[in-house]
Ligand binder design. Structure first.
Ligand SMILES: Cc1ncc(COP(=O)(O)O)c(C=O)c1O
Length: 1002
């Protein structure tokens, strides 16, 4: 290809000096022309003999779009120096070609953009809709084209279906073709206009890398523009959007809603999207089958069909339910007449027969929401014993109480409610009915006349038992349906499908737990405006992220109970309101994790739940050491609070029991305990002890360390005092380099690195001595955590301790992060080092969330301290704290959690190392047990701060909470409660694998 020839042409006719690069193109020559200041254009030299009208039509269409909606990201046509938008120029062989020049839009093509979030797909729809709107009145004689890509003429495939070799595939395509033929009258009756007609995933450009939001930056290539109903344009884009999309229905909803927002559709058009999408895919596969026959040696032709076949053969979508979904996404009635049904029901409120035989206006509401209730104790398992008691706190004699519509609940705990393989996969939580709790046997009366549509006994675990669905019709003839679940199944022998039920007739009774699926007696009363796609098996609860659909199909049935909607509808606490409250009432440096913060209201072991009941795998929080909401911790707290809670000025056996338990885990020379309320307080006290014992003030500590938020603790926390706006280093503190053998001064290939890092302490000691501070001691997180989850080389700490002791100082091991079994192999980090500290500090995990800090030291150091004033901490060592602390340590032993940390940690490390082989962004995998770091790097090996932030936020999208650390914040911190299991490990690895693949995209 003679690039110079075209570069010269560009220069002489457009006055642009640029480097040219050939772009893909089936028949035409397309060049990317980048000039010296980086501006790019696309030079198009059409195939010889190309009709001028075709180019002229595209040029005019682009100009039309630009003048009608300049905001749309469609390229501008750049006129030549003589003002012409199209020139006939000879190519290098002297053959005339029509040439034109377009602005080059930024970004990469949609096919390569990841992730394809609903927000991005919505924007694709909005840009396509906006373009459609701009082209509405565009006219050109060339628009009436007779070509294979005009979807209205797609029937041409009918005579070619036999060319598909596989008979099953033939009949699939034939069925689509027949369905299309049936729709043709509707389609041809729709108005035609100019449409883009080829919004495939290479014609849509997307900007936004890593944490920048993905935005549609271009809709290009009008080569297939033609006149057709605008829904064809949408269906063609839809046909590409769904391919290999993990949630094609959600993607379609986002696309259609986006289009509708820019260029409102009719319900009839919305209903056409799916059949037309299928027909477009049918055209694609038939076309490529024909091409494959022509080019038998080109394997690409067959490969390119694969995603379309995967969708057509493998994805099951109920067209009726999809129609409801797409209509709901556009805020249209889910079926024709649905709005009339709701108008009638609302108008009749107060006139319906009372379902429970009495007026419910005064009936109390009882909330079973994620936020308000603890049913069930284990949100992943609802035992029958608990199900039969659900809501017992609201029972008051025979008074009927009601359960909310639109309430997220955790009582639907079985895997059937999950939408993925993991406990933390999305799950259906939001109640789509109103419940009436009343004694078993309570009779029920039809609110209005109806016909039995379903009557069944569903005997599955925690299913409905007896269930009836009635079909009704408004006086205008619009149908709707009501469901009554958890009935006495005697109705099954009495009623049959088609039976007429009079308004106010008693037609069923509440079942008891032995017959209603196992629940406390109540009726689940649900309204539906369509049964398409749900038939007899309605979901009683919906995915919180799909409520736009389920609220529309199953609206609040309050009116049918003669109740106001507000009484029965639940709304979870608004996250935004709480966020605003924090802004109003808290300091600006109280930070929140995640671009979109999470509000967490329930937990269980290593999982947490937000206000909508969305589950998260907690791979970050080390405070709930033995797991969130541990029943033994709950029990011990409640038990002690029932008795008394006092302080260490009085004797109590819990104090010594706790001390004995801690000391049983430590070397013999550590024999005196101090109980305080936090890690900060324990470190603050450690500084006082060191000073009391040595009479000196100077402290040596590794860089980037963290020991707490109190004045003294901050002074030894370079992570804080050296942070932006920090107070800087005090003159009694000397920093030494962290013993990081991945990125530090001495690397893993140096066998003497432990000693070399330790030797860095010598100048620090000398500096303090020189300044007259003396050496009170050395304080370090045994394995630096905020410094980047670093495991110092073995022997480092003993070598440092020797030097400190030789200078008269004491050695403080901050085991807040590393202690109590988290490391798997070791109960404390200093054991790994073979070091023997003089003071050990414990915090966070020792209370499992209860504020608790512990310092343990030698008798000699304690005696030096005892020479000073009395030591007292009001709450440190309270009776409750001592009971809680001991219980945590007992649970670690009883449940073999240290052992679990070892096993799960080993699995995580080997899985992460396997990911390191696959993903260049992983520079290092390090850690021990469940104290792990994954260092992310860029192509040149430097710290990948942005990638790390991206991965952390995307992990949250995948429902996994992890952290990030390190001086450059490029190290993923994995530090779950010690209860994590193989399923959790697998989930972390799978999510990380998929997210790192997004980062690797070109
Ligand atoms: C190593 C280390 N020491 C001390 C502290 C301070 O503990 P607290 O927040 O309980 O005061 C922390 C807290 O993150 C820590 O990680």
């Amino acid at each position: 290809m003679n690039l110079q020839h075209w570069a010269d042409a560009l220069n002489s006719h457009w006055g642009i000096t640029a480097d040219l690069r050939r772009l893909d193109g089936e028949y035409d020559l397309n060049f990317m022309a980048t000039d010296t200041d980086g501006t790019s254009h696309v030079l198009k030299a059409m195939r010889p003999g190309c009709e001028a009208g075709l180019v002229e039509m595209q040029v005019q269409a682009f100009q039309h779009i630009a003048s009608h909606d300049p905001e749309l990201p469609c390229p501008r046509v750049i006129p030549a120096l003589d003002g012409a938008t199209m020139l006939s120029l000879p190519d290098a062989e002297g053959v005339a070609r029509l040439c034109w020049l377009l602005e080059c839009l930024p970004g990469k093509c949609y096919a390569q953009a990841t992730p394809k979030t609903p927000a991005l797909v919505y924007e694709v729809g909005a840009v396509l809709g906006g373009t459609g709107k701009a082209l509405m009145d565009f006219q050109h004689p060339g628009l009436e084209r007779d070509f294979k890509w005009d979807l209205t003429g797609a029937g041409w495939i009918g005579s070619e279906i036999d060319s598909i070799p596989d008979p099953a595939r033939q009949s699939l395509i034939r069925a689509i073709d027949t369905e299309f033929a049936n729709l043709e009258p509707v389609l041809t009756a729709l108005p035609k206009q100019a449409i883009h007609n080829d919004a495939n995933d290479y014609n849509i450009m997307v900007t936004g890398e890593l944490t920048a939001p993905r935005r549609v930056s271009g809709l290009i290539d009008l080569g297939d523009i033609c006149a057709a109903p605008r829904v064809c344009d949408l269906a063609i884009a839809a046909a590409y959007i769904v391919l290999d999309h993990p949630d094609p229905e959600a993607a379609l909803a986002a696309l259609v809603a986006g289009y509708h927002s820019a260029y409102p559709l009719t319900p009839q058009e919305v209903d056409l999207v799916y059949p037309l999408l299928r027909m477009r895919l049918a055209v694609s596969v038939v076309n490529s089958t024909l091409m494959a026959a022509e080019n038998p040696d080109d394997p690409y032709v067959t490969i390119s069909q694969a995603p379309a076949w995967r969708f057509l053969e493998g994805v099951e979508i109920h067209p009726g339910l999809l129609s409801a979904r797409l209509r709901a996404a556009c805020e249209m009635p889910v079926v024709d007449g649905a709005e009339r049904v709701m108008q009638w029901i609302n108008a009749e409120r107060g006139n319906f027969a009372n379902l429970m035989g009495e007026d419910l206006a005064e009936a109390p509401m009882g909330s079973l929401s994620v936020e308000n209730s603890c049913w069930p104790q284990n949100p992943f398992h609802m035992p029958l014993a608990e199900a039969a008691r659900v809501g017992e706190e609201f029972e008051d004699g025979d008074t009927i109480w009601l359960g909310y519509y639109h309430e997220p609940r955790l009582i639907y705990a079985e895997p059937a409610f999950r939408k993925g393989p993991y406990k933390a996969s999305n799950r259906r939580t939001v109640h789509l009915a109103v419940d009436a709790f009343a004694p078993a046997g309570t009779p029920m009366y039809a609110p209005m006349a109806g016909e039995v549509f379903v009557v069944e006994n569903r005997t599955g675990h925690l299913d409905y038992g007896g269930v009836i669905i009635l079909r009704h019709a408004t006086p205008a003839g619009d149908p709707f349906y009501t469901l009554y679940g958890h009935l006495n199944p005697e109705c099954c022998s009495r009623l049959k499908i088609g039976d007429h039920i009079e308004k106010g007739a008693e037609f069923c009774r509440l079942g008891d737990a032995s017959m209603n699926g196992g629940w406390a007696p109540h009726v689940h009363f649900q309204l539906a405006l369509t049964t398409q796609g749900i038939e007899a098996d309605w979901p009683g609860v919906g995915d919180p992220d799909e409520m736009y659909l389920w609220r529309a199909i199953c609206p609040n049935p309050a009116a049918l109970l003669n109740l106001p909607d507000e009484k029965c509808r639940y709304e979870p606490t608004s996250k935004e309101e709480i966020r605003q409250g924090r802004r109003d009432h808290f300091g600006g440096n109280l930070s929140l994790t995640y671009a979109d913060p999470v509000m967490l209201v329930r937990g269980w072991k290593h999982h947490l739940f937000d206000e909508w009941g969305r589950p998260y795998l907690d791979a970050y929080n080390n405070v709930p050491h033995v797991g969130h909401a541990h029943p033994r911790i709950q029990a011990v707290a409640a038990d002690q609070l029932k008795r008394m809670n006092s302080n260490t000025r009085y004797l109590h056996p819990a104090q010594t029991a706790f001390a004995d338990k801690i000391l049983s885990k430590l070397p013999d020379h550590l024999e005196v305990c101090f109980f305080v309320n936090s890690g900060s307080e324990a470190n603050e006290l450690a500084l006082r002890l060191a000073r009391a014992h040595t009479g000196a003030k100077g402290m040596v500590t590794p860089d980037h360390g963290y020991h707490g938020n109190t004045t003294g603790a901050i002074d030894v926390s370079a992570y804080k005092f050296n942070a932006k706006g920090g107070i800087g280093k005090s003159d009694w503190v000397e920093l030494v380099e962290v013993a990081d053998d991945y990125r530090g001064s001495y690397r893993r290939d140096d066998p003497d690195r432990a000693q070399k890092f330790a030797d860095l302490v010598d100048p620090a000691i000398a500096a303090l001595q020189q300044r007259g501070q003396g050496i009170a001691g050395f304080i370090a997180e045994t394995f630096p955590s905020v410094g980047g989850q670093i495991i110092p080389p073995k022997g480092y700490l003993p070598a440092v301790y020797n030097k400190i002791r030789a200078a008269g100082g004491v050695c403080i091991a901050d085991e807040v992060q590393t202690g109590l079994g988290r490391l798997g192999e070791y109960y404390f980090g200093f054991e790994h080092q073979g070091a023997s500290p003089d003071i050990v500090v414990m915090g966070k995990p020792i209370g499992n969330g209860h504020p608790l800090g512990v310092l343990v030291t030698t008798r000699a150091i304690a005696d030096s301290f005892a020479k000073g004033p009395e030591f007292f901490s009001t709450f440190g060592g309270s009776t409750l704290s001592c009971r809680m602390g001991k219980e945590v340590l007992d649970i670690v032993d009883d449940e073999a959690l240290q052992q679990n940390a070892r096993l799960m940690g080993a699995d995580l490390i080997s899985g992460l190392k396997a990911l390191q082989e696959k993903h260049v962004s992983i520079g290092d995998v390090r850690g021990m047990g469940l104290f792990l770091g994954v260092e992310l790097i860029t192509a040149d090996g430097s710290e990948a701060t942005q990638i790390c932030s991206y991965v952390k936020n995307r992990m949250r999208d995948h429902r996994i909470l992890i952290g990030s650390e390190g001086p450059k914040d490029n190290i993923l911190k994995i530090r779950p409660p010690l209860t994590i299991d193989s399923e959790g490990v697998e989930m972390i690895l799978a999510a990380l694998d998929s997210i790192l693949s997004e980062v690797a995209q070109p």
